[in-house]
Design a protein around this ligand. Sequence first.
Ligand code: HEM
Length: 366
Amino acid sequence: ESSYDMYGEHQAGIERPGPSSKQPSASYVSFDLTATSKSDAADLMQTITDRLRNLTKGGAAPNLGPGQPPSDSDVLGPDIPADGLTGTVGFGASMFDERYGLASRKPVKLTPMRVFPNDKLEDAWTHGDLMLQLCANHQDTVHHALRDILKHTRGGMQIRWRMEGYNSPSRPTGTGRNLLGFKDGTANPTGTTASSLIWTDDPAEPAWAKGGTYQVVRLIRMFTEFWDRVSITEQEGMFGRRRDSGAPLDGNNEFDTPDYAKDPKGNVIPTDSHIRLANPRTPATANQMLVRRSYNYDLGVDTNGNLQSGHIFVCYQQDVQRQFEAIQTRLIDEPLVDYVQPFGGGYFFVAPGVQDSNDWLGRGLF
Ligand code: HEM
């Protein structure tokens, strides 16, 4: 599909297209708002909505005449393709501070991102008032969309941090791989199970938040040079899955369900493996599950000559404490922590979808 409708109860870029069919290219752009009043912030949201309306449809950019600057960067040429673009907008906890008088409308579970024991969060890569997730079939489409939005919103917000992501195709089949070489996304909930875990349904939430969801973004560097020296058996024990097929260590195929009751001591799938800690598959932990929609990133090389690449972990849920934080707490001292380093990200509340051509993102909030 080359174009995703912007309208609906929920924003696109979460279930549409879904985690297993997510577009290959992405950008996570966190902004600090510079708008000085609530009405300027509302105008900003209308401008972002208008730009996304145009960009996700595609079409020729208007020619304003020879004396004018170009109306478009033309990065994609004069005929702008929709190219599977989705734009998904979320608000950080800081949006609800004293600046815009929105404190009473803050989603009840929205907090700044917590610091976990193995985190080394850098302020320059963390938090933000507004998160824009752009996804498309090609990286230049994502870049073009960002340029367009920046050009039209210069007075209202400025970039705090930005991370480009890419997604591996199925290799050889099934789910794409992360940069540690393992299939990533296999056990994601799908269909109505996924929907029932993502969209807020708590009556304690403010009315405008209905149809929204909480997004967690974690920028996690991978120490690939060290990882590539670890034996395959040890790597597989850390995840609890086969590296080649993605099958759980007690199964044969990628989508086989691990059976922990049969292996209480963890002789086959170690009890401290990533999948077993993340999802012990007990009735008590079922409502902690979330939907992951992660990307790889690559920032080149650090000053020591080591690759600077890793994982943009992204997940969606109704309640960050009940879902992401419960899982992350179990993962605190997993063996994988020697090979990865969270250094940024944030918690955001993704506004409900835009209903029609008169509606705009966050209308109910303002
Ligand atoms: C499963 C990789 C961080 C939650 C998996 C799998 C891999 C993986 C390879 C198995 C295949 C699959 O079902 O997707 C990674 C890497 C991470 C990371 C490389 C960091 C660099 C996290 C974090 C969380 C998380 C931060 C949440 C706090 C989960 C969950 C599953 C999973 C819930 C599914 C377990 C199941 O249902 O069997 N991850 N992950 N992961 N991961 Fe992660």
